[in-house]
Design a protein around this ligand. Sequence first.
Ligand code: ADP
Ligand code: CDP
Length: 255
Amino acid sequence: MEDAVMNAEHEPGAPAPILVAIDGPAGSGKSSVSRTAAEALGFGILDTGAAYRALAWTAQRIGLDLDDAAAMEVLLDNWVYRITLRGTQQVTVAVPGGVGAAVPELAEGVDVTAAIREHSVSGQVSRVSKHPAVRERLNEMFRRTVAESGLPGVVIEGRDITTVVAPDAPVRILLTASPEVRAQRRAGELPGLTPEQVLADLTARDAKDALVVDFINPAPGVTLVDTSDLNFEQSVQAVVDIVRAAQGAAEESKK
Ligand SMILES: Nc1ncnc2c1ncn2[C@@H]1O[C@H](COP(=O)(O)OP(=O)(O)O)[C@@H](O)[C@H]1O
Ligand SMILES: Nc1ccn([C@@H]2O[C@H](COP(=O)(O)OP(=O)(O)O)[C@@H](O)[C@H]2O)c(=O)n1
């Protein structure tokens, strides 16, 4: 598996970026709040869910069994994943050889930025993210992508970032909101589905994901931010304030 950061500013010997780790359930605001907070901080953003979505999309496109861990590992051997770390996260995948040979468009690379957000992918992605071996390989890719980004800081968001991917990050946040509020927000993005349908889908996905990783209870040292009663700007401000406070404390401790 290869990964590349299309608009990274990596310079050999550049200092390691400051990491802001954010976890939370579906619809809690991880992607949107993290992206806007990252822009305010001058940091990059890595949406780890996009990789699980892109892997599920690729496996579906080839016709592989998403429940088959060994098949997912074979796919990963030839899977080339690219994501931009600034602005809207642009995602492309390619499978230049091996199991991808049956699908010629995958040899070139396909922009899946929009496709991976579709309902057909959201409903299936837990089937690939449940495999421990898949998680290990993607986690290694996330750590490398961030370390090699050359950016001053990166907000990295997902389900197990505060606990597994970056447990030593100087800022670790669990972003939550009540299931009803999360479904209401998501329903606004999915015309054609009622808030009740969105709530049912979201609750089902959270239940499957929760079998693999705990993203409801903050681990020790992780700051809980409940956005149920915060608007979007207030949620972004809450994250930015936590990062700035941590940066201030780090500066003080150097004196
Ligand atoms: N605090 C908030 N108040 C209002 N809307 C929000 C808030 N946080 C997120 N949203 C909106 O809710 C939707 C889901 O957010 P998203 O970032 O996609 O969640 P996640 O990445 O956790 O699944 C988006 O349309 C986003 O703009
Ligand atoms: N660090 C992560 C990120 C996502 N995922 C998986 O990827 C799926 C999609 O993640 P996402 O962050 O795009 O989902 P939303 O919360 O945005 O709906 C989740 O439902 C999990 O199955 C994971 O297992 N671990």
